[in-house]
Design a protein around this ligand. Structure first.
Ligand SMILES: O=C(O)CCC(=O)C(=O)O
Ligand SMILES: [Fe+2]
Length: 251
């Protein structure tokens, strides 16, 4: 029987070169690229199904303000990496996929590596009620791939907002955040369910705007490292340590 990896590899090798080139140009220009068909449909369905099941069984609310990113809020339900690892199957298989990493490396124009910090490999987040948001922040590692499992109602917030080519001043994050927001144009995108997007997330300031009204938005977030990240002494994990304090202590 064909393995998941073989299936993904075949699927990706049949993507038109033109499309890959277009995505790569998009990413190069704007540090974000929305990919509609990174997986064949049946695997995407399985991925979504697993995310919803894990959320139902094991989600924990996170409601906190993060000092490390300038005092911005996190308000959503989430499932941590170890729970996904222990009870899931397809999410970790797709995360481990070399074919996916190679394809994303073509889009990014550089090699994506497995992230050297396990807690950040994959996470499920779900903004589930009015006001829920993933506040302004930068990620610890260069690349994030976000699978939109459920998109919110179009008129009810939950859009991805971002400003590319910015710097996270870890010594003074609040000022860095305010300076960017005071001086730069913020872009906003509605990402459809079934799509995923690749972002240069360590230099792109980003957030999920607060939900307005009764709607839900669920994502699976994969993190990948650049070659440079692997030896960067300035990478730290304060954000993860604060959001997942209980889980990381238990581990
Ligand atoms: O939910 C999203 O689209 C973004 C998630 C995110 O930025 C993160 O998990 O770091
Ligand atoms: Fe992020």
């Amino acid at each position: 029987m064909e393995t998941v990896e073989q299936c993904i590899r075949e699927h990706l090798s049949s993507q038109p070169n033109q499309l890959t080139k277009f995505l790569s140009e998009e990413f190069c220009k704007s540090d974000i690229a929305v990919i509609e068909e990174l997986l064949p449909l049946h695997l995407k369905d399985a991925l979504h199904h697993e995310a919803n099941e894990l959320l139902e069984a094991s989600a924990r609310r996170r409601d906190l303000m993060l000092d490390a990113t300038g005092g911005t809020p996190r308000a959503y339900a989430s499932v941590d990496r170890d729970t996904i690892f222990k009870t899931g199957n397809i999410i970790k298989t797709v995360f481990e996929s070399e074919a996916v990493r190679q394809y994303l490396s073509r889009i990014a124009g550089e090699t994506l590596h497995k992230v050297p910090y396990q807690a950040e490999e994959y996470i499920i987040n779900s903004q589930e009620k009015s006001g829920d948001t993933h506040g302004w922040h930068w990620d610890d590692y260069t690349f994030a791939l976000i699978w939109v499992v459920q998109a919110p109602d179009h008129l009810n917030g939950g859009r991805v907002e971002y400003v590319a080519a910015t710097e996270w001043d870890k010594k003074n994050p609040r000022k860095a955040l305010c300076d960017v927001l005071a001086s730069r144009e913020v872009r906003s995108r509605y990402i459809n369910s079934g799509s995923c997007y690749l972002m240069r997330a360590n230099t792109t300031l980003h957030r999920v705007a607060p939900l307005m009204g009764n709607t839900r938005r669920t994502v699976i977030v994969f993190t990948y490292a650049s070659e440079a990240d692997l030896t960067d002494p300035n990478i730290s994990h304060e954000t993860m340590e604060q959001i997942y304090a209980d889980e990381l202590q238990a581990a």
